[in-house]
Design a binder for this molecule. Structure first.
Ligand code: NDP
Length: 400
């Protein structure tokens, strides 16, 4: 049905390349481009071996609009799947506008020099995309992404009014390393070390980092200490579902992980500003990334599961209802299928489904949209087919 260009050859890019190739009836031509072409070639060879599908590769610096424009004009994709880093969102969107290409990503824009992610920069492109007749789909990973679609699905089918939303994200996997992050360390550490924030009664409540925590029970996993952190989908969900009185995001962390994080922060290795070292300027967190395990390489010995879902309380037919919708994903199964671990898998599969929704004309409307603004039903159907089946529980104790 159409030509797709994937940008970014990390863990998530690996999964997207595999899943897009598995759906070659929808994605008839595929290119994978990134900063380091050899990484694209390695993934393309692996995908060829697994699926028999050929993926073209290219080198591109996605910080450079002229380089992107050149590549887009040569390859002429219908859609770009941006799974590089959040820093590249705006340059890729600019190049899309210049060349008439549609856009999808999994993480909202973040400036490099300020650990602050917000949708305002990308929402500001709405009118430009509308005028150009192009679709931009924002935040189509798992969280944001599937959690937002779960919420839209709950609103459509199970509630007259949703009041309380708790997104719960547990990684009960074990990669055997003393410390590693599950996706890009720089982005991950910036995300989890910031202050906590949640929505309550029409305003944002700020907390100290990891201030609010309690054990939560995860299906087939059991109780895990879970911490309220700020996560980007909250910003669009409270806007798109205004009946929500409270919306929070919980993530599990082990004690070892938190201790490492605290030390990293205390010794200044999480700093995002430049420091002088041996006559050269370096950014500590970028140096740290270079010495930490590569998240893309964690897959081989990764055991256990992730469990991510939405716990929602509200009203249906005049009565209070609770609802829990979730997916559990096995790191081992993800690795076996794509060569990448569960966190990359749970991000790359939804990105592929979102791209499929666009290619099939189901999620196609000029403008810039968060995923919960589209029809959730065909996406939910594909989750079951593409490796991320979901389960529902009704009228249970939500614990939160
Ligand atoms: P990685 O660091 O493993 O991969 C990022 C890739 O982008 C690398 O191949 C890197 O190239 C490439 N890249 C970085 N800068 C540029 C540039 N200027 N030009 C071209 N390519 C570039 O990250 P992940 O695969 O773990 O994550 C990818 C994205 O997915 C991130 O934005 C992350 O925030 C998002 N994510 C979203 C989640 C969700 O649920 N919504 C969950 C997890 C991740 P090189 O190899 O040369 O470094």
């Amino acid at each position: 049905m159409g030509k797709v260009l994937i940008i970014g050859a990390g863990g998530v890019g690996t999964v997207v390349a595999n899943k897009v190739a598995q759906n070659s009836d929808v994605f008839t031509e595929i290119m994978l481009a990134s900063r380091t072409r050899s990484k694209c070639d390695t993934i393309a060879e692996d995908v060829k071996r697994r699926t028999g599908v050929t993926i073209q590769t290219a080198q591109v610096d996605a910080d450079s609009i002229p380089e992107l424009v050149k590549l887009f004009n040569e390859y002429k994709p219908e859609l770009v799947i941006n799974v590089a880093l959040p820093y590249q969102d705006l340059t890729i969107m600019d190049a899309c506008l210049e060349c008439g290409v549609n856009y999808l990503d999994t993480a909202n824009y973040e400036p490099k020099d300020e650990a602050k992610f917000e949708y305002k920069w990308q929402w500001a492109y709405k009118e430009k995309f509308e005028k150009a007749g192009l679709t931009a789909i924002l935040g189509c990973g798992f969280d944001p992404g599937v959690t937002s679609i779960y919420t839209a699905y709950a609103a459509k089918h199970h509630f007259d009014e949703m009041h309380y939303l708790d997104i719960v994200d547990c990684n009960a996997g074990d990669h055997g390393k003393a410390f590693a992050t599950n996706f890009n360390p720089e982005i991950n550490i910036r995300e989890v070390t910031q202050k906590g924030k949640y929505w309550e009664n029409g305003q944002w409540i700020e907390t100290k980092p990891h201030e609010i925590h309690q054990p939560l029970n995860y299906p087939e996993i059991g109780p895990k200490e879970s911490y309220v952190i700020y996560h980007e989908e909250l910003e669009s969900l409270v806007k798109n579902f205004p009946t929500l009185k409270r919306a929070r995001f919980w993530m599990t962390f082990g004690q070892e992980y938190l201790t490492h994080l605290r030390v990293i922060q205390n010794i200044g290795m999480a700093r995002i500003d430049e420091v002088e070292y041996n006559g050269q300027k370096i950014v500590p967190i970028q140096f740290l990334k270079a010495v930490l395990p590569d998240p893309g390489e964690l897959g081989e010995n990764y055991t256990g599961e992730t469990s991510i879902g939405c716990r929602i309380r509200g009203i249906k037919d005049g009565k209070e209802r609770t609802y829990y919708v979730y997916n559990n994903c096995s790191h081992e199964a993800a690795y076996k299928e794509t060569g990448a671990q569960g966190v990359s898998y749970t991000t790359g599969v939804p990105a592929t489904i979102g791209a499929m929704m666009f290619m099939q004309g189901i999620w196609k409307k000029p403008g810039v949209y968060n995923v919960e603004e589209f029809n959730p039903d065909p996406f939910m159907e594909q989750l079951n087919k593409q490796g991320l089946p979901w389960h529902e529980l009704f009228d249970i104790d939500l614990e939160v």
